[in-house]
Design a protein around this ligand. Structure first.
Ligand code: MRU
Length: 338
């Protein structure tokens, strides 16, 4: 089966693949207002840094028939949904700039054109990252990934999973170990489904198994996506990424991050300054109605962690591969105008 489209603009509405019910049920979530899109982001109907940014851009288009004031309000509402993935703020800012300079009569078509461009650019970035990243992988080997950084998290192809897809398109025999990714299970529910649909060999492990897997099997690389990367290369990504990077360093396994320009926040240097979303304790206490501990048990539930640059072997971008020191390599690759 071909993967359904994660984000689709259809007949003046936004249709999102509802990622909450996967893999059991393929359902769609229809948005006709920016508030619908904001709720879809908050409840993780749509998730993954690039996908959140694209959906938010279309969310602003939905308010365009009501004028510039409504579009500005939509941007504010969408900005309050999830704080960590900088792609969201990057996309909103791009859309706001277009709205500011548009003739009121052309507001809708100008915003729609910009949202479509953000979508198309992301797909192009994923394909380009895929090609660069594939060059880092051996002709045959095992790769570990965490969370879901695939077609479901982007306009298509994926960031980390895009690298794996491209490597396989080049004939490399890559087998994937996917972390289940507690507590929302993006690895078990989404990455497995996505790779199985594409006939990529994949084996599920729990989050605590990565280090022992590296001790017992030959692992060619760990590849993950990112939600925000600072100018010196601190990487915010799904909680559990940092532990995987530590284990990879101990076992001499390369740790790669694949992320497009929209994921970089050059206004921040230090990882400590990245806002980390904390989600409901109920996500950790239970899953789909089954509780694992007493009802009011104390829980800490940060959705992301920050991996320091010293643990990152390379950052794969659409413009090439950055290596330490990142302050310098990222500036040359991404900051300078093209
Ligand atoms: O909470 P999520 O599912 O939105 O978190 C997603 C991740 O952490 C991904 O690894 C990241 O956004 C990169 S997706 C290309």
């Amino acid at each position: 089966m071909a993967l359904p489209q994660t984000i689709e603009w259809r007949k003046n509405s936004l249709v999102l693949l509802d990622q909450r019910t996967l893999p059991e049920e393929v359902r769609f979530f229809f948005c006709t207002t920016a508030d619908d899109v904001a709720q879809a982001i908050e409840t993780m109907v749509v998730r993954g840094a690039p996908a959140i940014g694209i959906a938010a851009a279309y969310g602003m288009v939905l308010e365009a028939p009501r004028g510039k004031e409504a579009v500005r309000a939509a941007s504010k509402r969408l900005a309050r949904t999830r704080p960590t993935a900088v792609n969201l703020f990057w996309a909103l800012e791009r859309m706001e700039k277009v709205a500011e300079v548009s003739e009121p009569s052309r507001l809708f078509e100008e915003l729609l054109r910009e949202a479509r461009e953000i979508f198309a650019e992301d797909l192009e970035c994923c394909r380009s990252m895929g090609r660069w990243g594939a060059s880092l992988l051996p002709p045959e080997g095992n790769v570990i990934t965490h969370c879901n950084a695939g077609a479901l998290a982007t306009a298509g192809h994926g960031t980390a999973l895009g690298v794996i897809r491209s490597a396989r398109e080049e004939g490399k025999k890559i087998h994937v170990y996917a972390d289940e990714t507690r507590p929302v299970l993006q690895g078990a529910r989404l990455t497995l489904w996505e790779l199985q649909e594409d006939s990529v060999p994949v084996t599920l492990i729990t989050d605590g198994m990565g280090a022992f897997l590296m001790a017992r099997k030959k692992i060619a690389a760990v590849i993950v996506g990112a939600d925000r990367i600072t100018s010196r290369g601190d990487v915010a990504n799904k909680i559990g990424t940092y532990s995987l990077a530590l284990a990879a360093r101990y076992h001499g396994v390369p740790f790669y991050v694949a992320a497009p320009r929209s994921t970089f926040d050059f206004s921040l240097t230090r990882g400590e300054d990245i806002p980390i979303e904390e989600r409901s304790p109920e996500e950790v206490r239970s899953f789909r109605g089954t509780r694992f501990c007493r009802e009011h048990s104390s829980v800490w539930n940060p959705a992301f962690d920050v991996t320091p640059p010293e643990l990152v072997s390379a950052i794969i971008t659409e413009r090439g591969i950055a290596r330490a020191p990142y302050e310098e390599s990222l500036r040359v690759l991404l900051k300078d105008p093209r």
